[in-house]
Design a protein around this ligand. Structure first.
Ligand SMILES: NC(=O)c1ccc[n+]([C@@H]2O[C@H](COP(=O)([O-])OP(=O)(O)OC[C@H]3O[C@@H](n4cnc5c(N)ncnc54)[C@H](OP(=O)(O)O)[C@@H]3O)[C@@H](O)[C@H]2O)c1
Length: 251
């Protein structure tokens, strides 16, 4: 059962925190940048110190970022982080951004072993599923009036040029629709960001001619303040879509 909207919702605080799952990747860095730019703090889940350093280097500073070490591929990783938040060992959070994954491999369908299929599903899909399952009730219980849950997915799920990553994105589209339905009338605005471009951390993007994480950050920065966008797919096909958001209901 999910709580419904009620006037008893707490008012938005000026110091909110965004939990980022997949924080050290190209998209995660953009989410961290967006959260900081919108004057929020960040609780970033990282797998080790090397990844933490990568994140801080890409963002340019550790200010406003609390690190939480966990294995997001395990079904207890995010759960343990939430338990530490409940115990007061880590900051409370009001928003979640999930963008774990990033596996891109070429095996054609007939050559995809069961082991490889499971690896893709674990890294690209289950990480984001665990993130949702382990945080959504916490957000409902916090009853914050301006909570959001945002999932980044790729157009590979429709293009299917790389079958293994494509299938994980297809599963994420369905998960996002289910979560959008679940939260249509709760205190949490669930949205899916559908990305049809290559985004990379600024240094890499400059070399490869792709979209820098700092540019893509504007999508999440806007979404955090767009109370009118709920249970929707925000579609990003070009740079213009990062300036003016384009969205449609998921169901
Ligand atoms: N980048 C794009 O242009 C793009 C486009 C469309 C959609 N997307 C979506 O965004 C997701 C992330 O893309 P990305 O480019 O940001 O990928 P990325 O740079 O490879 O980052 C993926 C994130 O997941 C973590 N991760 C991956 N495997 C892990 C493992 N085995 N254990 C623990 N953590 C692991 C990474 O941690 P480490 O840093 O420690 O490796 C990192 O935080 C994709 O799966 C896709 O759904 C991205």
């Amino acid at each position: 059962m999910f709580p419904s909207m009620s006037p008893s919702h707490k008012t938005a605080s000026s110091m909110e925190t965004v939990l980022v799952v997949g924080s050290t990747g190209h998209i995660g860095v953009s989410a961290v940048m967006a959260a900081l730019k919108s004057k929020r703090k960040v609780l970033a889940i990282v797998r080790n110190q090397a990844s933490a350093q990568k994140l801080i280097k890409a963002v340019g500073s550790a200010e406003g970022i609390t690190l939480a070490y966990a294995d997001i591929t395990s079904d207890t990783g995010v759960r343990d982080v939430v338990q530490r938040v409940r115990a007061g060992e880590l900051p409370e959070f009001q928003h979640v951004y999930a963008c774990a994954g990033g596996l891109y491999g070429p095996p054609p369908l007939p050559d995809l072993s069961l082991e490889e299929l499971h690896r893709y599903m674990n890294v690209d899909f289950e990480t984001n599923f665990f993130a949702y399952r382990e945080t959504i009730r916490y957000l409902h219980q916090q009853d914050h009036g301006n909570s959001t849950w945002t999932l980044c997915v790729g157009s590979q799920g429709d293009l299917a040029m790389l079958p293994a990553p494509a299938m994980t994105q297809g599963a994420l589209y369905s998960m996002a629709t289910a979560a959008a339905r679940d939260n249509e009338f709760t205190n949490v605005r669930f949205n899916e960001v559908y990305l049809n471009l290559r985004v990379e951390v600024d240094e890499v993007a400059a070399k490869n001619g792709t979209v820098p994480s700092s540019t893509f950050a504007s999508v999440y920065e806007q979404l955090l303040s767009r109370a009118d966008i709920r249970s929707s797919r925000v579609r990003v096909d070009n740079l213009e879509d990062m300036k003016t958001l384009k969205w449609a209901k998921k169901f």
